[in-house]
Design a protein around this ligand. Sequence first.
Ligand code: PMP
Length: 348
Amino acid sequence: MVRVRASLSRLPSYVPGRKLPGAVVLASNESPHGLLPGVAATLVESAGGVSRYPDLHASSLIEALAAHHAVEPDRIAVGAGSSEVCGQLLHTVVGPGDEVVFGWRSFEAYPILTTVAGGTAVPVPLRDHALDLDAMAAAITARTRLVFVCNPNNPTSTAVGARALTAFADRVPRDVLIVVDEAYREYADPARVPDGLALLGDRPNVAVLRTFSKAYGLAGLRVGYCVAPPGIAAHVRRTQVPFSVSGLAQRAAVVALGERAEVARRAALTVAERDRVAGRLRELGHDVPDSEANFVWLPLGADSGDFARHCADGKVMVRPFPGEGVRVTIGLPEENDALLALAASRRG
Ligand code: PMP
């Protein structure tokens, strides 16, 4: 009898946002704006290349990212979405028995990928829907190898500020890797939410994680990356599944990076809609925390499943976290109006 690793029986499942034909989908924090103008043409032009393997080292993409962030290319490692890079970072520093600290609730891949890497997940409860950095620092033990700081935090949308993040980083031992996951960076107000790379990027134990899946509108192509100290980035590259970032994804990401102004314009539209949706939901009596991301959090507790079902009946898909809350991704104005109408009708 083949023996399956015992730890895998404790593995939670990743729950994807539900998509129903014809429904408005506000469940997976994707961009509602579709492809960036230059990306579609690049995909068509590059399609013929898929009979060949892509560039193993993703050199053009890494150079474009290095220029974008004004860092040396040896500080960058890419993967098939930042989820894969999360896994690569874990495989780089975590082994059996090692602990990985993160706020909870947060991105659901953290406990899954920690367990897959053989580590032990140490979830630290949020406080007022936000990361409790003091409690996270206190949860670090001699066995801790990595700490995830999801900023802004998925699914609660809140963010920690520069002072708190710096004070936290000062408390984390230098042999523990701090991974600042900035998947939603483009939606955050830079006056309130620090750029992890600018703030902490010079530290020898900090890696910053970014993705093309959200503001860049490439969720289906799977490409993300980290910026880390060269010694860490080199090992993160070694842990990558060979060729996991397709040639189409590499090219599209380079083009998308060049369309920075359009990315910023689209993100600003989403932010304006987010603030409108949050304001209206508050008028309807919901206790919506301040969002720095492209989604809002409704802490509905035991009512979460019912709220999501009511929305699904009205052909709007949102993401319930049973017993905790509902995450609503910001879509186009008419999609958001459909959600708001359902929220209002449920209340009345
Ligand atoms: N980090 C966070 C906080 C996320 O919410 C997500 C996507 N839901 C990711 C990373 C991973 O995104 P991707 O793998 O598509 O880059």
